[in-house]
Ligand binder design. Sequence first.
Ligand SMILES: [Zn+2]
Length: 391
Amino acid sequence: MMDPTYEEADHLIEAVIGDATGPTLIVMGSLHGNEPAGANALEQIADRLVSVTEKVAGRVYLLRGNSRALQKAVRYIDGDLNRAWTSKNLAAVGTDELKQSSEGVELTELDQQLDSILITAASEVYVLDLHSTSATGPLFATVGDTLRNREFAKKFPVNILLGIEEQLEGTMLEYLNNAGAVTLGFEGGSHFSPETVANHTALVWLALVNTGLLKPADVPDLEEHFLRLAEGAKGPRFIEIRYREAITPEDEFQMRPGFNNFDLVEEGSVLAYSTRGPIKAPETGMIVMPLYQKLGEDGFFIARSIAPFWLWLSRLLRRTKAYRLMPLLPGVKRDPAAETTLIINTRLARFFPLQIFHLLGFRKLRWTEHQLVVSRRKHDTVSPFVSGTTN
Ligand SMILES: [Zn+2]
């Protein structure tokens, strides 16, 4: 590890404020300490961006994620910082209990930093979260499925995976989605490749234009950045999780070796084994997040491209608030404790898979054997940061 040029707790790489009343772009790099490419890219971007401050039609904040883990070149010290943004932890910000872990301290620092940015926003807020992977694979964006996020993601020439963060508890972007920001996660390549730094850099310059913060003419190598990302994108544009293999420890689930994200699998091919016997692909599609490491409740997911028709239909259904009719259906009831939450008895409502609820703008909260609990995504169509708009 080279001599770090920053101290622990030093999260702000640069703040560039050309117009305090314009939109805000927050870019997070290296939320995982073993992914230096994100912060490296932002350090390189900072100087150039500062030199064009007067052209920036809003506010840009370039942030370093897990500062302590990054110095040690480890993913995290006590726990994954990108699983720490739970309501329980956020309620405990500032307490000694949270500060006992390294990531509790990081979370406290970052939360305060983000709060101070969000609270002073006078217009739309966009957040990018830059990540990398241990193996090489296609570049892709991970997008929480709100209509606002989709519209933003469409401006980038990359594959878009919708709704994967609902499978993960406590991600930073899910927290910021719920706070009303437009968010986009980005997997920019393998951890230590110079290509990954270049991919992250390209994404950020495109984002500066796509948010309206810079004019295309103010980014001389814009086309080069666009082509770089377009080159790294392969296959279908929008991808959605269609099937989840639910497992329990008693299953002794064992994935067959050799699967990578987005590998095509045929219906009926054997993907894994358990005490119940071989587990076959229920449909043809792409395999996503095959479980090789620790035990979890999800063995693998099958994803498929989403046709433009479905994207159009879900936009229509959400804008017309069709979700309000769902509690009228058999097996679907509203949670008496939470108005935007539905409890689905999957024995009765077996014809309403998770996909239908996604279409209507719901997010999975829990999925046990016979019960699916989903909640309407907040801020699906309307920004809380932009005045003059109503829901
Ligand atoms: Zn990561």
